[in-house]
Design a protein around this ligand. Structure first.
Ligand SMILES: CC(C)(COP(=O)(O)OP(=O)(O)OC[C@H]1O[C@@H](n2cnc3c(N)ncnc32)[C@H](O)[C@@H]1OP(=O)(O)O)[C@@H](O)C(=O)NCCC(=O)NCCS
Length: 199
C-alpha cells in the first residue's frame, strides 16, 4: 500500500448544472446544522439529530481528515445551490486502501460516498447530481479502483439515487442495524468499479 490519493491537489469549486461543490469549512456550521438537526434527515443516518456544537466538532474533524497524511482520509464537501448560493447539503467521499490477501501489496484505493440534503431541496434530483460529481472526483481525479455506498432498504430515495448513478447492488444484508423506529433494518450495498464507470 502507498500513501492515499492526493486530496489537496483537487481544484474547487466543482460545478454541475445546478450545484457547486467545495470543501466544508467552519462557516458552514449553521447551514449544515439546519438539516442534520432534523429527525427526518437523520432517520437513516448513523448519527442522531445533531446540536450546533456537534456539527461544529464533526466539520472540524472532517477538515482534519482532508489534510495530507490523515489516517482515515475523507473529503467532506458542502453542496451549494448555484441559483441561490445557499448550502443545501453535504456529501462525502471516504477513502481506504484496497486489501490484498497475498504477498503482493496493492497500491489501489477505494472510496465510499454519502450525502444528505435539506428537505427544502429534496425531490429535485440534486443528490444524484452531486454524487455523480463525487464519482468524477473519485475515479478520474483520484484514480480510485472501486466506489461503494450503503443505503438501508427503507431509504427508498437513497437507493434510487444509487441506481440512477449506475451503481450495482452487490448485496442486501438482512437486519444489519437497529433502526431509530426500533425495527431491524436491511442494508443494501452498492458499488461501481473504475472500469464500469461510464465517465
Ligand atoms: C437520500 C437523499 C439524499 C435523496 O436526495 P434527493 O435529491 O431528494 O433525491 P431525488 O430527488 O433524486 O430522489 C431520488 C428518487 O427517489 C424518489 N423518492 C424520493 N423520496 C421518496 C419516497 N419517500 N418514497 C419513494 N420514492 C422516493 C424520487 O422520486 C426519485 O426517483 P427517481 O430516481 O425515479 O426520479 C435525500 O432524501 C436525503 O438527504 N435524505 C436524508 C439523508 C439520507 O438518508 N442520506 C442517505 C444515506 S444512505
Amino acid at each position: 500500500m502507498t500513501g492515499s490519493p492526493e486530496l489537496t491537489g483537487l481544484v474547487w469549486p466543482r460545478l454541475t448544472d445546478r450545484l457547486a461543490l467545495r470543501p466544508l469549512t467552519l462557516d458552514d456550521v449553521d447551514a449544515v446544522h439546519a438539516f442534520r438537526s432534523l429527525p427526518e434527515v437523520v432517520l437513516h443516518l448513523s448519527h442522531d439529530v445533531l446540536t450546533r456544537e456537534q456539527v461544529l466538532t464533526r466539520i472540524a474533524q472532517r477538515i482534519e481528515r482532508g489534510r495530507p497524511g490523515a489516517a482515515e482520509p475523507l473529503l467532506a464537501l458542502a453542496v451549494e445551490e448555484l441559483r441561490t448560493g445557499r448550502v443545501v447539503g453535504d456529501v462525502m467521499l471516504r477513502l481506504e486502501p484496497s486489501r490484498s490477501i497475498g504477498r503482493t501489496p496493492t497500491h489501489e484505493w477505494e472510496g465510499t460516498i454519502g450525502y444528505a440534503l435539506h428537505p427544502d431541496v429534496q425531490g429535485r434530483g440534486l443528490a444524484a447530481e452531486a454524487a455523480a460529481e463525487l464519482l468524477v472526483i473519485g475515479f478520474r481525479d483520484l484514480g480510485l479502483r472501486r466506489i461503494t455506498a450503503d443505503a438501508y432498504a427503507d431509504n427508498v430515495a437513497s437507493n434510487r439515487v444509487l441506481r440512477r448513478l449506475g451503481m450495482r447492488q452487490e448485496a442486501m444484508i438482512r437486519a444489519k442495524s437497529l433502526g431509530k423506529d426500533g425495527t431491524w433494518l436491511d442494508d443494501n450495498s452498492w458499488a461501481m468499479l473504475r472500469d464500469e464507470w461510464p465517465g
